[in-house]
Design a protein around this ligand. Sequence first.
Ligand code: AN7
Length: 418
Amino acid sequence: MSERNIMLECINCGKKYPSDTVIYRCSSCGGLLDIILDYDSIKESISWAKFKQRPLSVWRYYELLPVNPKLKVSLLEGGTPLYHAKRLGELIGLNNLYVKFEGANPTGSFKDRGMTVGVTKVVELGIKSVGCASTGNTSASLAAYAAKAGLACFVLLPAGKVAMGKLSQAMLHGAHVIALKGNFDQALSIVEQICNEEKIYLLNSLNPWRLEGQKTTAYEIVDQLGKVPDRVVLPVGNCGNISAIWKGFKELETIYLTDTLPKMTGIQAKGASPIVNMIKRNLKLIQFTDNPETIATAIRIGRPVNWPKAVKAIRESNGTAESVSDSEIITMQKMLAKLEGIGVEPASAASLAGVQKLLEEGVIERDETIVSITTGHMLKDPQEAIEIAEPVNEFESDIIKIKYFIESKLAEVVKAVR
Ligand code: AN7
């Protein structure tokens, strides 16, 4: 790998480490790490035309990924749909609203983009076990990729706070599931310590190799839209994804594949919104939330580890952050499902609820081209979907009553059309 000049670098003090160093924070200052690539040489070997000869996927862009593609552990991740949300856009007043549906990934969330690269890195390093703390999706994804690579997998989850779909995935893919009587932030702190002491490789988004996979969302958006959108809006929890996607857009500009940048816009749930607080009050340091709470359990995070990267992404890009209530999340989740046929979990609906709110506040303009990233599939949290949807209509085996019911519903449709 060394011939590709790949290095780890502390974003805080600039200390560099060789790419085979097993490390998650700077050993000098504790800062976050980033991967440094040699863009001058990458520039020579790539073009959109070359990318377009390969399937739309994370690995379409392998020259920009800092791992050996010959060793790749892949379940065919990425290549997710970019939908033009015409009906929803019309309703809320946006002509150019697009939804990047990350729920279409192999395990149903964007985490797969990161895990394919992160687990490939594990194979390169020759490590045999992996671990993470998770609000659910990270554990589901890691469990699947660990299974594919034949690795032992340990996941720490906040007990009783992980949606059923996600928990069932981690269990079925054979992870050792540890339910912690505490929240995600406490689980991450424990697992980080364990990974520093045991031979378990940490695959939370603190791990910069994983984020390299997630930056491909930016490449795909430009590839599918044919241009850089004005704004990218996404839900923010531990702050890995917004940081990764911003890196992706900046790289495209660096290697002359694009010439503009989008405004990165992060959405959090009201009960777990330390980034929104920081951006709105223009603070230098984050104030963590001790008891985060929201129906969007995926982003029930009060102490986001990647906050410095995320805040930099938002500020550098002239973006913003906004929070939405649980009821705004639910309303949007239903609208997206009923108007567009896109089924997402609550955290992902937060993204579009944020779009609507920012539009109403006059922050977003009506003619902006907006890509809203919906990060996870609705089947991740079927319990919540059933609770918020119209109840099912139960009948005895009586065709008259059933026909009467159907006719009353058809009459409603006719009324609505008029
Ligand atoms: C659907 O699985 O943190 O800001 O442990 O599952 O990169 O953390 C999940 C996060 C958004 C937030 N949407 O992304 C985990 C976890 C969904 C998510 C986020 C998550 P980051």
